[in-house]
Design a protein around this ligand. Structure first.
Ligand code: ADP
Length: 424
């Protein structure tokens, strides 16, 4: 295109020349100049009017000359680009909608006040949402108290399991992911099948453990009786009976541990009671002292006066697992410390020993069933799994600080809502 400014100057020069010519022929130079400026102004106003009409109503690109031709063209190009960008965005949105609609998980977009902004087909199927529910607060539609509390807590790392409000016996696992400004995505996964399989597994383990318990008790009885009469037997038989006794005791512990775990997994949350932490810890430590090796000592320090809200039997089993482990792994001449203390947001029980410690790679897996960092020491590998379950049921958590050669500290942390601080 020819330079637009050149054409514009041509127009300006033409009008100036016409004004000059008018002045020369009439002698009224000022009027001539005014007429030239007026004509130029009219030309600009004319084009401004055209551009406004065009921008408002759309249609064909207007024709112009000089700088106006350039302006019309640039606006036209901008519009065309915007149009194709809009088209691409609409296509992308459509693809996104089709993809999210096809997701097997229920997906709901929540606004700042937990109101429903959008949801996919699966949300209709699993959560029973309908078109008319848009704008409603989700907690008015999913009325499980657990869900309301979960939503209020805004703990985005956690998930909550609830029964599906529409699918009979359906189980859902819900998580919430924050995004953008005050927006959140609620994702509900159908875990009915998974929960069913978990129940089958846990029933199987419980049944097998239960069925093994009776024959094992009989076997242990016989082995013990034979062992008692051991002195009359030749030395090599005595050794065999001692081994048999050790192994049956180990199997008994395994079965007891497995049964305790299945009870914890399937047991409904019973009525919570005030558990005097000081008294419980004194009993646990007194019992543990009976098993400590000569030269070992066990110190109990009670720095917090808080009591626990929970189930005494479960807490007792968790605490004594930790204390007995500490004595088992501590050196023969060392002190194990049990400390009940306050901490920001709750209270904690620290069980500390100066044993061999645990290498970092084992730490994340220690609470798995049957996981043993030290295969040398006899043990079922179920103790810490039980501790973790008990703590989860008490809304607490287990923290392990340990490094090889430096001993270990197992901390059970309880949140303030699981503590009672005023004297009963
Ligand atoms: P186990 O019956 O084998 O002790 P646990 O579940 O109680 O089972 O512990 C799992 C593993 O964690 C143990 O096998 C051991 O390797 C490690 N462990 C637990 N407590 C301690 C401790 N106080 N010091 C060192 N290692 C420990």
């Amino acid at each position: 295109m020819e330079s637009p400014w050149r054409a514009e100057f041509f127009w300006l020069a033409l009008l100036a020349f016409a004004g000059l010519f008018f002045g020369k022929t009439t002698g009224l130079y000022v009027i001539g100049a005014c007429l030239a400026v007026l004509a130029y102004l009219i030309r600009q106003l004319y084009h401004i009017n055209r551009i406004t009409l065009w921008l408002r109503a759309g249609g064909k690109i207007p024709q112009g000359s000089g700088i106006w031709e350039e302006i019309y063209y640039l606006i036209y190009r901008l519009r065309r680009r915007n149009k194709s960008r809009k088209k691409r965005l609409v296509e992308m949105l459509e693809r996104f909608r089709t993809a999210t609609a096809a997701l097997p998980d229920a997906t709901v977009v929540l606004g700042p006040r937990d109101e429903i902004d959008w949801f996919n087909e699966a949300a209709g199927r699993l959560l029973g949402l309908r078109k008319g529910d848009i704008g409603q607060q989700i907690s008015n539609l999913l009325r499980a108290p657990k869900f309301a509390e979960f939503l209020r807590a805004r703990n985005y790392a956690a998930t909550v399991g609830i029964a599906s409000p529409v699918v009979e016996k359906g189980q859902l696992e819900i998580r919430v992911v924050p995004y953008g400004k005050d927006m959140r995505l609620l994702i509900a996964q159908d875990v009915t099948q998974l929960r069913f399989m978990e129940r089958v597994r846990s029933d199987f383990v419980a049944n097998v453990s239960h069925e093994l318990r009776t024959p094992l008790t009989v076997l242990r009885g016989y082995v013990e009786t034979l062992g008692d009469a051991g002195e009359a037997l030749p030395e090599r038989y005595q050794k065999i009976f001692r081994r048999m006794e050790e192994q049956t005791t180990r199997m008994q512990k395994l079965i007891d541990g497995l049964l305790a775990l299945t009870k914890l997994e399937s047991g409904a949350q019973a009525d919570l009671k005030r558990v005097c932490a000081a008294a419980l810890l004194k009993t646990v430590c007194d019992e543990a002292r009976l098993l400590q090796q000569d030269g070992q000592s066990l110190e109990l320090r009670l720095e917090s006066g808080a009591d626990l809200l929970g189930l005494e039997a479960e807490l007792r089993s968790a605490f004594s697992n930790l204390v007995l482990n500490a004595l088992k792994y501590a050196r023969g001449d060392s002190a194990v410390t049990v400390l009940w203390r306050d901490e920001p947001g709750g209270a904690a029980l620290d069980v500390e020993d100066d044993g061999p410690g645990i290498a970092a790679e084992h730490l994340p897996r220690l609470t798995e069933r049957f996981y043993r960092a030290d295969a040398g020491k006899s043990g079922a590998g179920l103790g810490l799994a039980i501790v973790k379950h008990v703590l989860t049921r008490h809304e607490g958590e287990l923290k392990i600080a340990s490094s090889p050669g430096k001993g270990s500290c197992f901390s059970c942390r309880f949140p303030e809502k699981r503590l009672l601080r005023n004297r009963a």
